[in-house]
Design a binder for this molecule. Structure first.
Ligand code: MLT
Length: 211
């Protein structure tokens, strides 16, 4: 990407026809390398676009500012989501990829949800792992049946279950085709997340081909 690209990122070209490009969005304290392996496990052969969050919290990269754990600076969420949408657009032209499917974990899942609501054209859908509502009063978005998988942890100390439910309801109301799964786990990712995401994506691809 050009030297003035605002996001440090990795791009791995895919090697399998029909494998959808993935936009990988890491959690707090992660970076552009964190989710590459997860992306390959969920969708072997997919092109992988993986930016590093530009906000630093005590030196830890994130995708937007927060005021406390679970309390977001919503003006920043909006600005950063739009900035990420612009990055995706420029990256698509540069790397010759279709609108990607976001795969976000924790803070990365939250910015992916915000991006869906702020700039629906940027993404073909999303896998949101341990996500919460990113905006209390989002703009009216038209998600036109975009597939979204939300995977929550029953014992997640960071994401209250009613918050994850509210996100699922918010995205459904905006027109997304939401599948919300709740696993008997905490905030950390598990092998079940990978298996679930992989199976869900295979099904979503079949559905896309049939319609
Ligand atoms: C966030 O700040 O986006 C969420 O609280 C998840 C986290 O990063 O801990």
């Amino acid at each position: 990407m050009t030297a003035n690209s605002p996001f440090t990122h990795r791009f791995e070209p895919g090697d399998r026809t029909g494998a959808p490009p993935l936009l990988l969005l890491h959690g707090t304290g992660g970076d552009e390398n964190d989710l590459l392996q997860l992306g390959t496990m969920i969708s072997p052969g997919s092109p992988l676009l993986s930016p590093r969050g530009r906000v630093l919290e005590n030196g830890m990269p994130r995708f937007f500012r927060r005021l406390a754990e679970g309390v977001f600076d919503e003006e920043d969420v909006r600005d950063r989501a739009l900035e990420l949408g612009e990055f995706v657009q420029v990256a698509r032209e540069r790397y010759g990829i279709d609108a990607p499917l976001a795969v976000g974990y924790s803070n990365g899942a939250n910015i992916a949800a915000a991006l869906l609501l702020m700039d629906p054209r940027a993404l073909s859908g999303a896998i949101l792992l341990r996500a919460m509502v990113p905006l209390t009063d989002p703009p009216a978005a038209h998600l036109d049946g975009k597939p979204v998988l939300i995977v929550s942890g029953q014992q997640d100390p960071i994401v209250p279950s009613d918050n994850a439910d509210a996100l699922a309801a918010m995205l459904s109301a905006a027109g997304a085709k939401v599948d919300h799964r709740i696993l008997p786990v905490g905030h950390q990712l598990s092998q079940i997340d990978v298996a679930l995401a992989r199976a869900w994506l295979a099904k979503a691809k079949q559905h896309a081909m049939a319609t």
